[in-house]
Design a protein around this ligand. Structure first.
Ligand code: NAP
Length: 279
């Protein structure tokens, strides 16, 4: 350890990592708030994780974002895991504490809710059931968050049904599992509708569940944000839903980490969106 002051460093670890928008986002906030620090993307193999976590704090890192494929593995390497990260079974934000311990949290669910609150202030999650298409890693954060904000029922369907069944055992009796083939039937009376599958993402197959049964006035949101306006959102809007794109979730999930590492709560606003979109 050196005893002279050092610039705070943070970054994102994953593999591959070149596509990550996090460096553009945190880099923008660092410049905007005049903070002398750096945020660095690092491609780290699974086998190298323990050594990386031992060395990075000694090199001046104050924390990390964690992305695919390390979000689950990292829980076993952290010293303190928040309850929500444990429930979700994955962490996306690490804090390297001064006492040497590694604190792991998951901010995806909070980012998901903050995006909806900001862009659809009239949304009331308690007004009716929530529909969740997909049961992958991101869906776990979404379902945990929807239950926390008072959704009375979670209707979930996944192409691979057993993955959705696990949600019922992990998140409780509010979760109702439906067949993927009839997923459109879940929409009746729903207040909130979320696509958590990767369908509709650039380069992936299109989302094809019929949305005719969407309640006009429901809130629909897509976790996919490339393209920004997915076919799912276009069809949901045509069916009368209020729609919110997924980019805001990415921006909001990043804010708590930035604040902990660099000491400034960053603004999520149009300028932030543009900085990430134009990077
Ligand atoms: P994941 O764990 O790999 O889950 C992928 C999900 O998509 C599963 O439910 C999978 O179903 C479903 N799926 C994939 N191909 C399908 C197909 N051809 N037909 C039907 N279902 C299909 O991925 P994830 O981490 O949950 O991420 C899901 C999406 O959310 C990705 O596009 C990711 O970029 C996005 N995301 C966005 C944010 C944000 O901040 N906006 C945050 C996290 C994730 P099976 O179980 O049957 O394979």
């Amino acid at each position: 350890m050196t005893d002279h002051p050092r610039l705070p460093l943070a970054g994102v670890i994953g593999s591959p990592i070149a596509h990550s928008r996090s460096p553009a986002l945190h880099g923008y906030w660092l410049r905007r708030y005049g903070i002398k620090g750096h945020y660095i993307p690092m491609d780290i193999a699974q086998a190298d994780l323990p050594e990386a976590l031992r060395l990075l704090p000694r090199m001046g890192f104050v924390g990390l974002n964690v992305t695919i494929p390390h979000k689950e593995t990292i829980l076993g390497l952290a010293d303190i895991v928040t309850d929500r990260a444990a429930l979700i079974g994955a962490a996306n934000t690490l804090i390297f504490r001064k006492d040497g311990r590694i604190h792991a949290d998951n901010t995806d669910g909070a980012g998901f809710i903050a995006n909806l609150r900001q862009n659809a202030p009239q949304w009331n999650p308690a007004a009716g059931p929530a529909v969740v298409f997909g049961a992958g890693g991101a869906a776990r954060a979404v379902v945990a968050a929807l239950i926390e904000v008072g959704a009375p029922e979670i209707r979930i369907a996944n192409r691979t049904r057993p993955r959705a069944e696990v949600f019922r055992s992990d998140f409780g009796a509010k979760v109702m599992v439906h067949d993927w083939i009839q997923a459109g039937n879940m929409l009746e009376g729903a207040a909130t509708v979320v696509n958590t599958t990767s369908l509709g993402m650039t380069g992936k197959p299109e989302f094809r569940v019929p949305l005719d049964a969407m309640e006009p006035g429901a809130l629909a949101t897509d976790l996919v944000y490339t393209p920004l306006k997915t076919q799912f959102l276009i069809e949901a809007e045509a069916a009368g839903a209020t729609v919110v794109d997924g980019l805001g979730m990415l921006l909001h999930q990043a804010a708590p980490g930035f604040e902990r590492w660099f000491g400034h709560r960053p603004e999520v606003d149009e300028a932030t969106r543009q900085a990430v979109l134009s990077a």
